[in-house]
Design a protein around this ligand. Structure first.
Ligand code: SF4
Length: 354
């Protein structure tokens, strides 16, 4: 059981983040935001896939203004991703975004940051202070206690200084923070350290995590690792590829950690010299046949009757294969024998009757 860090609760639209709320999955549209139809289409398909919060890039005023047309047409809250320009943030807020993500370090000056914070306060929306290793720049005169090269200290101290300024000078505490690098160990170190020094909700992710197959591994380590330690309130898997994969991987990480419903999980063995069937084919058939079952249940598909049932004793139901047939078993106990071709169908029947 994961004991989650106590963080303050903020709301992005009607979605709570932090304060013990369920961990949410975010993604970012990859369309040009000013292309309202394409952005709405992508945001809707992400929402259907289980995305809770969507972020859009706001590189210019056209994109900022498009938010007004996008927000009413999508079912999930929208975060405007802003760099450099207070004007873009102000326009995005005016257009009805539910939160803005800024890096105060790349805004022109503190006057501009103050204007954005004041507008967010007036609109009653939170700000994500998002700092990436690539964009971190300590401000002149700031006592950031970093040695050259100590990225973790530099990032953590800088974000905390931003937060302190927001709270003390601007009276604004509706904050969420993220610290991302492309390095798994560094990102984890940043998040672990900042988690002990504040109660702001944490947005977890990596920056430049690579194509889906690389991002899947890295994100599972970083996001999954931090979540398993109780850190993190909302997550974004980033990958060079379809945003739907980001959402799919995000939910799989949460499911694997028991932070949300797992649904039907197939646990299959890697096979070895004892296996006498085409287990990969059987697993594919079982996955296909059980795709409609919306229950939290573990189904084991094992390659042999020698070790199979014992290795998968914690599964509610499973099958251990021999040459040409399989033994259905429940929690490690054999029930009956079925031909290989009938395994998937028999499992479905059995699950439905349970
Ligand atoms: S269940 Fe049997 S076939 Fe599968 S890996 Fe274990 S010993 Fe090998």
């Amino acid at each position: 059981m994961i004991k989650r860090r106590k963080s303050r609760k903020i709301f992005i639209g009607d979605v709570p983040v932090g304060g013990g709320s369920p961990v949410t999955v975010q993604s970012m549209t990859k369309t040009h935001t000013e292309d309202v139809a394409a952005t709405v289409r992508q945001a809707r398909s992400l929402a259907r896939a289980g995305c809770h919060i969507i972020r859009v890039a706001v590189p210019d005023l056209r994109a900022a203004r498009a938010i007004a047309a996008i927000v009413p047409r999508i079912p999930i809250p929208l975060v405007a991703d802003i760099h450099f320009s207070a004007e873009l943030a102000l326009e995005a807020i005016k257009s009805g975004c539910h939160a803005v993500r800024i890096n105060p370090g790349n805004m022109r000056n503190w006057r501009d940051v103050r204007r954005v914070v004041a507008a967010a306060k007036k609109a009653d929306i939170p700000i994500r202070i998002g700092v990436n290793s690539g964009s971190i720049r300590p401000r002149k005169g700031w006592e950031v206690s970093s040695k050259r090269g100590d990225m973790v200290t530099l990032m953590v101290d800088t974000v905390l200084k931003y937060c302190e300024r927001f709270e003390k000078k601007y009276g604004f505490g509706d904050i969420k923070i993220s610290l991302k690098t492309a390095d798994a160990v560094e990102t984890m170190a940043c998040c672990r350290r900042i988690a002990t020094r504040c109660d702001y909700p944490l947005h977890l992710g990596l920056t430049s995590a690579g194509p889906v197959e690389d991002s899947e591994v890295k994100s599972s380590i970083v996001i999954g690792g931090l979540l398993s330690e109780g850190l993190g309130d909302t997550i974004r898997v980033s990958s060079t590829g379809r945003p739907l994969d980001e959402v799919r991987i995000g939910h799989r990480i949460l499911g694997a950690l028991g932070l949300e419903r797992r649904g039907l999980e197939v646990h299959s063995c890697p096979t070895c010299g004892r296996c006498e069937v085409d287990l990969e084919k059987i697993v594919r058939a079982v996955k296909k046949a059980t795709a409609h079952i919306d229950r939290d249940i573990t189904v084991a598909v094992m390659g042999c009757v020698v070790n199979g049932p014992v290795e998968a004793a914690q599964a509610e139901i499973g099958v251990a294969c021999g040459r040409g047939w399989g033994w259905l078993f429940r929690r490690g106990k054999k029930i009956r024998r079925v031909p290989v071709d009938a395994i998937a169908e028999s499992l479905v029947k059995y699950i439905e009757s349970m």
